[in-house]
Design a protein around this ligand. Structure first.
Ligand code: DAH
Length: 343
């Protein structure tokens, strides 16, 4: 009896210390303890060897042990089943997938792409230039004099390490690079980001976008410039839209002009957006100054050309009904997700 009790105590310890591992060891455990030739069965057959006066006590210990062994089996099994359940759910191929969230294009790029595609149809290709530019390409070659106010620190961001470098103040730098590099004729549009040292508000920012156009060949005239821009405006804003040219001044063009389109909001009636004028100024343009051609080693007696430069933010804001320029650069996805390529 003493011996049997000791054995049972040892088995109990063994059961308690068993970790609930995989299904293989559960089956091994069942056979060892609860099987037809298992430990519990064997202990019950020992009953006949126990003296009659101790049978009751032994019976109780044995029953308790049997229950312990069975409880262990049940809880182990339950655990295995619930993990198996979870594993199956994780790879249930019949469940619908998570929808893919597609990105949307930035409204600036949407607008730029439309402008580019219109000029593409007229035979203009895209050229890009650096945003960190030297004085020559941003100012000097464009006939912008040493004392021109645009060079003022107030307007231009200079690079501290090298005072010859600036963050380009316009995309006109790319004209110069193209003229220095390209074979003639040149027919390009140059989109990109530009920088000016301006206070940030709902209407202005210290960086924004422009697109520059340049056409150089023999016999290019102001009439070509007008017709090109007229085509662009009609494609962009509709056939009925009116335009007008006003004389203006830029150091890099002669003659120079600014082009207005009829206000898109009030159609010429006069409203707050067009400051009651009925017109919106959309770009600067002109015939490339002979000095600029000369600076780029192009013979001004043989070649002429026109150029124009247009801001992107303002017309894009008008088109999409955006009332704060800062939204473009804040990366708020609630704003960005509203624009699809269809708009
Ligand atoms: N660079 C001018 C600006 O930033 C825009 C411009 C005007 C570009 C006339 C041109 C041009 O090419 O011919 O305000």
């Amino acid at each position: 009896m003493e011996q049997l009790l000791q054995q049972i105590a040892a088995y109990k310890q063994e059961i308690e210390s068993l970790a609930n591992n995989g299904a293989d060891s559960l089956e091994a455990y069942r056979i060892k303890f609860l099987g037809t030739k298992g430990i519990v069965k064997n202990l019950f057959t020992e009953m006949k060897n126990v003296p009659a006066d101790q049978k009751k006590e032994f019976g109780q210990v044995l029953n308790e042990f049997k229950q312990l062994a069975e409880r262990k089996y049940e809880s182990w099994k339950e655990r295995l089943e619930s993990t198996a359940d979870r594993q199956t759910t994780a790879i249930d191929l019949s469940l619908p997938g998570d929808p893919l969230t597609l990105g949307t294009r930035h409204p600036i790029n949407l607008f730029l792409n439309q402008v580019i595609s219109i000029f593409n149809r007229l035979g203009f290709s895209v050229a890009e230039g650096p945003e960190i530019e030297d004085d020559w390409h941003n100012f000097t070659a464009l006939n912008i004099a040493e004392n021109h106010p645009a060079r003022d620190m107030q307007d231009t961001f200079y690079i501290q390490q090298n005072p010859d470098w600036v963050l380009r103040t316009h995309t006109s730098n790319t004209q110069i690079r193209a003229m220095e590099r390209s074979q003639l004729p040149i027919r390009i549009v140059c989109p990109g980001r530009v920088y000016r040292n301006e206070a940030i508000s709902a209407r202005s920012h210290c960086f924004f976008h422009q697109i520059e156009g340049l056409y150089i060949d023999e016999n290019v005239s102001f009439a070509d410039l007008k017709q090109t821009l007229y085509f662009f405006v009609q494609e962009m804003y509709g056939k009925d839209i009116k335009i007008r040219f006003r004389p203006s001044y830029f150091p890099f063009t002669e003659p120079s002009a600014e082009m207005d389109i009829q206000c898109l909001i009030c159609h010429g009636e006069g409203c707050a957006v067009c400051k009651r004028t009925g017109w919106l100024e959309i770009l600067g343009c002109g015939m490339v100054h002979p000095k600029v051609l000369d600076n780029c080693k192009i013979d001004p007696n043989k070649y002429t050309g026109f150029a124009f430069g247009m801001g992107i933010e303002r017309p894009a804001m008008l088109k999409y009904g955006i009332n704060d320029i800062r939204l473009f650069s804040e990366n708020d996805v609630r704003f960005l997700r509203q624009f699809t390529s269809a708009t």
